[in-house]
Design a binder for this molecule. Structure first.
Ligand SMILES: Cc1cc2nc3c(=O)[nH]c(=O)nc-3n(C[C@H](O)[C@H](O)[C@H](O)COP(=O)(O)OP(=O)(O)OC[C@H]3O[C@@H](n4cnc5c(N)ncnc54)[C@H](O)[C@@H]3O)c2cc1C
Length: 394
């Protein structure tokens, strides 16, 4: 088997890369370890930056998103039991965000690829990358009981944080940056109408809470918990009680409950490897970097990476120029580091740290009050949250 770009992983990064390459007349094959049903039902991120919405629109993927997604013009910071709105539209010259689940983006991408005759292979195993430092890299894999080899011009490692691609690069060629946070997020998906029109980021002395939503009927809520917490220790009624306590305000606002459809605990980590390329292997999305979800950047970064990468591949096929491929890593990393800082900053401002240091808590409250009352500070949060302009190939 032969293709131009072999793509490992059918998450947002791998699927969008395949779609963008197809639009530029470049062939690809996507290899995914899970079933189509599994990836289309996997609930993860849900906040799309304005630039992500623009990329999906420009590549013909916006129809369902505009029907089912919810445009939000701001978020709320909640502390001292009161509401403080950050108005994105006013502070960023008219930009906003879209609430549309990652699994819906994945469904749109899978159906677009299949409608165009794209080669998506599900339930592959044993993926192995060879000859990545030559001009003809190969992906070995198993499917349907047989061993296969896919010869490629390039390989895109879009297989997430736990994938195999990153580990194929000799450790001496990579620099790794990492920070683990002393807390995790307990997240629930509940069949309950959202109790606020926009996302609510809450700081309390019991820890962080986030009220988010996936549709007018489905709420997504999170609680800061210990990183090693076992979800079995939390009954549904305990989760709702803690959400009521942390989200309470002095003005009679109330939280609507409903049956919990899904619950789980996610560790919080920041991670980057540099460079995002070795030979003919290019890393994109979570395979190269992850952020704590506080800044809602994970999927947006994956989409921004492959926008740059698709352009670089297309340019190579069109003109033979290596320029875009050579600058891919540094171009993508500029955006990655901005999002790393923003995600770390939001996380540090909004969570309680283990040591319960009263000085630290006062600094956090001061930062929250400043962000809520200074137009300059609020504009900084807003401009980062809606996302900086998409980077082009340089
Ligand atoms: C539990 C969870 C909750 C999250 N919540 C949020 C959130 O609320 N907000 C936010 O902004 N971000 C969130 N994120 C992050 C966001 O979902 C990711 O940043 C985004 O999925 C990155 O897309 P990706 O395509 O790079 O990687 P992924 O979506 O991880 O896709 C990688 C794909 O590669 C496949 N794969 C892996 N290894 C192999 C292999 N060896 N062979 C073949 N296929 C392989 C995987 O099955 C997967 O389909 C969350 C992540 C997780 C794990």
């Amino acid at each position: 088997m032969r293709t131009q770009v072999g793509i490992v992983g059918a998450g947002p990064a791998g699927l969008l890369l395949s779609h963008l390459l197809h639009l530029q007349g470049v062939d690809s094959v996507v290899l995914e370890m899970h079933t189509r049903d599994y990836i289309e039902a996997r609930v993860r991120a849900g906040v799309l930056e304005q630039g992500t919405v623009d990329v999906l629109d420009a590549s013909g993927l916006g129809t369902r998103m505009h029907q089912a997604g919810m445009v939000h013009d701001g978020v709320e910071l909640r502390f001292d039991r009161s509401h403080h709105r950050i108005d994105f539209r006013k502070l960023t010259g008219g930009r906003s965000i879209m609430l549309y689940g990652q699994q819906e983006v994945v469904k749109d991408l899978v159906s677009a690829r299949l409608a165009a005759g794209g080669d998506l292979r599900f339930e592959v195993s044993g993926v192995q990358l060879d000859d990545i430092d030559t001009d003809s890299p190969v992906i070995g894999f198993q499917q349907g009981g047989g061993n296969h080899e896919l010869q490629c011009d390039f390989i895109a490692g879009c297989d997430g944080f736990h994938g195999v691609s990153r580990d194929c690069i000799p450790p001496s060629k990579l620099t790794t940056y990492q920070r683990d946070y002393p807390f995790g997020w307990l997240g629930i998906l509940a069949s309950a109408p959202p109790s606020a029109e926009e996302l609510v980021y809450t700081y309390t002395d019991r820890g962080f809470a986030l009220l988010s939503m996936r549709s007018p009927q489905v709420s997504r809520l999170y609680l800061q918990v210990e990183p090693t917490e076992d979800i079995a220790n939390w009954s549904d009624s305990q989760i709702w009680d803690e959400l009521h306590t942390r989200l309470a305000t002095d003005d009679g606002w109330s939280l609507t409950e409903g049956p919990i459809l899904e619950k789980g605990i996610t560790a919080m980590r920041s991670f980057v490897v540099e460079p995002m390329r070795y030979g003919r292997l290019f890393l994109a999305g979570d395979a190269a970097h992850i952020v704590p979800p506080t800044g809602a950047k994970g999927m947006n970064l994956a989409i921004a990476d492959v926008g740059v990468l698709a352009e670089a591949f297309a340019d190579w096929y069109r003109t033979g120029s290596d320029k875009g491929l050579d600058s891919y890593s540094s171009t993508a990393l500029r955006r990655v580091w901005r999002a790393q800082h923003f995600s770390w900053w939001m996380t540090s401002m909004l969570h309680r740290f283990n040591d319960n240091d009263p000085y630290q808590a006062q600094l956090q409250l001061s930062q929250l009050r400043y962000t809520a009352t200074s137009p300059a500070a609020a504009a900084s949060l807003a401009e980062n949250y809606v996302g900086l302009p998409q980077t082009r190939m340089s």
